[in-house]
Design a protein. Structure first.
Length: 142
């Protein structure tokens, strides 16, 4: 394992934006996103432990409950605790636009050796009765 992030480091019942989260040491990774991914209930780290309504100014309104449900389902799926699991919200009720970065590490992830082969794994949940499922795309490495 080269790098792993579960968004559980120093979490409590207060939701926070992904841009205000710091991962575990020794890397203590932080994250950046395109500003379009910080509007309309996007970019929040959500958990079933959170209050029943979204944070002020989040743009979530009635969408916060479904986000908590998806964070719970992801916790159950991964073998974690569905009551305390945290997940990054990307509700995208509106289209943020093409080729916008939803999540990017600020610090490079150190890689040892040459001629290596890397794989990526992401657990994602989606629900919507009126839109196509989301498409995930990884950006080339720096």
């Amino acid at each position: 394992m080269v790098f792993e992030e579960d968004f559980e480091h120093e979490q409590d019942a207060v939701p926070r934006l992904i841009t205000h989260y710091t991962g575990t040491s020794p890397l203590s990774q932080t994250y950046t996103v395109d500003p379009a991914w910080l509007t309309g209930c996007n970019g929040w780290i959500v958990s079933p432990l959170n209050p029943d309504s979204g944070p002020p100014g989040s743009g979530c309104g009635p969408l916060w409950g479904p986000l908590e449900s998806m964070a719970s389902a992801l916790g159950q799926w991964s073998g974690g605790d569905p009551v305390t699991n945290h997940a990054v919200a990307a509700y995208t009720e509106g289209n943020p636009g093409a080729s916008k970065v939803e999540l990017d590490t600020v610090k490079p992830i150190p890689l040892d050796g040459e001629n290596r082969f890397l794989t990526l794994s992401v657990d994602a949940a989606a629900r919507n009765c009126f839109a196509a499922h989301p498409l995930l795309e990884s950006a080339p490495t720096r």
